[in-house]
Design a binder for this molecule. Sequence first.
Ligand code: ADQ
Length: 464
Amino acid sequence: MEYRFVVVANRLPVDRADDGGWTRSPGGLVSALEPIARNSGGAWVGWTGAVGDETAPFDHDGVYLRPVPLSPEDVDRYYEGASNSTIWPLFHDAVEQPVHKRDWRRSYDAVNRRFAEATAEVAAEGATVWIHDYQLMLVPALLRAARPDLRIGFFLHIPFPPVELFMQLPGRGDLLRGLLGADLVGFQRPLAAENFLQLAARLTGLHPDGETVAYEGRTVTARAFPISIDVAGSERMTSDPAVLRERERLQEDLGGDRRILLGVDRLDYTKGIEQRIEAYGELLAEGALAADEVVLIQLATPSRMRVAQYQQLRERVEREVGRINGEFGDVGRVPVHYLFQSRSPEELQALYLSADVMVVTPLRDGMNLVAKEYVAARQDEGGALVLSEFTGAAAELPDAFLVNPYDVDDLKRGITAALRATPSDLRDRMRRMRTHLREHDVDRWARSFLDALGGIKLDPPCPQ
Ligand code: ADQ
């Protein structure tokens, strides 16, 4: 049981199916990394997602899956506590107050040790290991201590905060040294890599040189690798009969010519959902938009619902949706269609194809894949994207209508400009955004990270 390439992530790339078996999880990360793992004799270390699940290791689609079990206390403290109530808000500009608890930190440390031990067991001599995200920031150093022969990469999917904010974290030095255990630390944006290197200078007195820093006799590189999506897969889905049927159904149900504003997010306080709904409500109140001409569809996936801040957000959003619908709706004519649900990739695609304006307004977001999914879906070069300046995606998609999501007037300006733009302006913008995306898909992201890390040799990409 020794593997040349090991992915380590909080979640395994599979979900339990209704029949008790396993199906591949949706999402770009899995579709990018699973084929690489399969073709290079790979393993994946992660949690099954079920509390207290003691499933033994198993093979799935040619990849060896090594579950790390989490007890109810681990889920409370490591996952919902340290990861999602301390690190997540702090790394997103503290838009919600981070909560600090000592027993959460102890659990984070213990669970990170278990991930490192499981990885050390399955990795072959000299193997390449790619660790993912904020739940596992201690793993690189723990793994290196056990297995100095490994080549270790780490990728952070969320922003890396400025030094002053990071300095608030109890255990900050451990987290920084945890990351410095990697050979390559990848971020979504160059600014995040700079924040990390500045922090290394401030906390440990190291002297970064460009994008590298010498640490304990090794060189650690910090660099941006903006993540992307499976563009070819999205383009194939656009002509799927199930997608086209769903699109027709949507148009019939909404009634002919109402224009559609669309939001698609996990229900998370970083996503700016409240500000978006507020902006739409004000446009209705001022008469700038009429509810029988423009509707807002807000799809919000239930997420982290055991964390108090998420329950409170849900209540606030639902109260505001109720208020707007009560005030501006009519029988059979609702201005906000709010769905607290997860939807299939085909249904999402149909929504993207139907939306006149996609409104993506996070207060802070490492990248934001929804914005890229929308652009990839629009092979017809139709539609407009309103995009927060504070997403990683904004740097790559300057042809979106960029907005400051904290400024409700600016949100209103962006939405109105997108609704009023001429078809030829919209087409030019969409074409430029699509050109960028087709050249920067998720396969390129994974390959550029692994090339920079060195180690395993990859097969050339398949022609599309
Ligand atoms: P997230 O915070 O989850 O990801 P995002 O990048 O937008 O944010 O990805 C969300 C994914 O969930 C998208 O693929 C989207 O299609 C899907 N989704 C959202 N709502 C859905 C619904 N109602 N039904 C079905 N699917 C839904 C984190 C970081 C991001 C970073 C990604 C990848 O916070 O900044 O872009 O990781 O690195």
